[in-house]
Design a protein around this ligand. Structure first.
Ligand SMILES: NC(=O)c1ccc[n+]([C@@H]2O[C@H](COP(=O)([O-])OP(=O)(O)OC[C@H]3O[C@@H](n4cnc5c(N)ncnc54)[C@H](OP(=O)(O)O)[C@@H]3O)[C@@H](O)[C@H]2O)c1
Length: 358
């Protein structure tokens, strides 16, 4: 029987599993069995920002409940589309469920778009499914790495590219908040790769050792030590969304801070953010990766840009297992893993939920 893992949209700690009837599809639809998916703080952020950014709308659920999107792999088990075959494996955006009904359109050797009516207004990047063929660059030995790292590291890559493209706004030091998160240390990896030589990580005291061990940060400070940041021209790239830390970074660096870039909300339990005009320094801006991706695709051509992302991703994947151990857990243990991630998982773990044998 198909199952959905549901989250209370207002109280993310409240969850339940719902069993549903087997679906029958109409012409043009297809059923994807969800084989496995990754779960990190990024998915929790989809829930935290669900109402603001529309993340609840991808996979509708009953009143008050939501299905948090995850990056995963599924297999076509029924197809009403002539060009999508039963058995095709697809990488993309899934609910924490055992299956997903899609309406494949623009089907070609690269994949397809889910053209289901309720997804039409949502950003297209989340509606694309890639066929996991060798020709598309997928190696079945690396399934877990794709799900866990591709969405996060692409953002790391684009952030690095955005700052370099803007001459770092004049910053001589990059300060990264929630430095132990995969997205943050992916950015530190890229900065190091290009030879940028002053990258400071801010993290919880429990995660200092992890951040130091990465060897990607020149300095690692705990949130308690924000006032020890050097008074150099700096940019703050914040994955934490922690308003208190943001306020202290701005008040400490004042005019030395030349850019304040909000990327994530890992500290979703940390309370309200200060009003932008109550802090010295630049106005914090939310980072929107698609703007930079479109700009660079136009400037470089999408082939060149994709090649650069692909090369950098491979270089990162070649290293990441030294720092993070992937743990596979069955769907029956999802609730335990979800609450672990919701409350702040250890950064040296990367969780993959296995739903069906693949
Ligand atoms: N805007 C975008 O396009 C975009 C794209 C990708 C990711 N992001 C965002 O970047 C952030 C990082 O995502 P990720 O998947 O890379 O994270 P992750 O690897 O799962 O991050 C784990 C780290 O986040 C912090 N953390 C997590 N849960 C916490 C909690 N409940 N309380 C306090 N700290 C907690 C801890 O870091 P510290 O101790 O170091 O704080 C922890 O080590 C997310 O908010 C994500 O949405 C945004």
């Amino acid at each position: 029987m198909p199952a959905n893992y549901l989250v209370n949209r207002k109280i993310l700690a409240e969850t339940k599993v719902e069993q549903t009837e087997a679906v029958s599809i109409s012409t043009g639809q297809a059923v994807l069995r969800v084989d496995r998916f990754a779960l990190t703080a990024n998915n929790i952020t989809y829930g935290v920002a669900g109402d603001m950014i529309g993340y609840w709308d991808f996979f509708p659920a009953g009143e008050g409940w939501g299905r948090i999107p995850v990056w995963g792999i599924g297999t076509v088990t029924a197809s009403g589309h002539p060009d999508l075959a039963v058995g095709d494996r697809c990488y993309g955006y899934y609910p924490m469920s055992s299956e997903l009904v899609v309406r494949p359109e623009k089907v070609n050797a690269r994949g397809f778009i889910d053209a289901s009516a309720h997804r039409a207004v949502l950003p297209i990047v989340y509606n694309q499914y890639s066929l996991m063929t060798a020709g598309n660059g997928f190696n079945p030995d690396h399934d877990n790495h794709y799900m866990l790292y591709r969405p996060l590291f692409t953002t790391s890559f684009v952030l690095d590219d955005y700052f370099a493209d803007n001459n770092f706004f004049g910053a001589k030091t990059m300060v990264l908040g929630s430095a132990s998160s995969k997205t943050a240390f992916g950015l530190a990896f890229m900065l190091k790769r290009r030879g940028y030589n002053s990258v400071i990580g801010l993290t919880s005291s429990a995660n200092i050792a992890f951040c130091k061990n990465l060897g990607l940060y020149d300095v690692v400070l705990s949130y308690d030590d924000v006032e020890q940041l050097p008074l150099a021209t700096s940019a703050y790239v914040d994955m934490s969304g922690n308003g208190e830390v943001l306020n202290r970074v701005h008040h400490h660096l004042t005019d030395n801070l030349v850019n304040s870039c909000g990327v994530g909300i890992t500290h979703h339990q940390s309370g309200l953010r200060p009003a932008a005009d109550s802090m010295p320094g630049p106005k914090p801006e939310g980072f929107f990766a698609p703007t930079q991706i479109i700009k660079r695709n136009q400037e470089l051509g999408s082939g060149v840009y994709q090649q650069r992302i692909g090369d950098a991703t491979q270089a990162f994947l070649d290293k990441v297992d030294m720092w993070v151990t992937i743990q596979e857990r069955p769907f029956e243990e999802l609730d335990d893993v979800y609450h672990t991630v919701l409350n702040g998982a250890s950064p040296d773990r990367g969780y993959v939920i296995t739903v069906a044998p693949s």
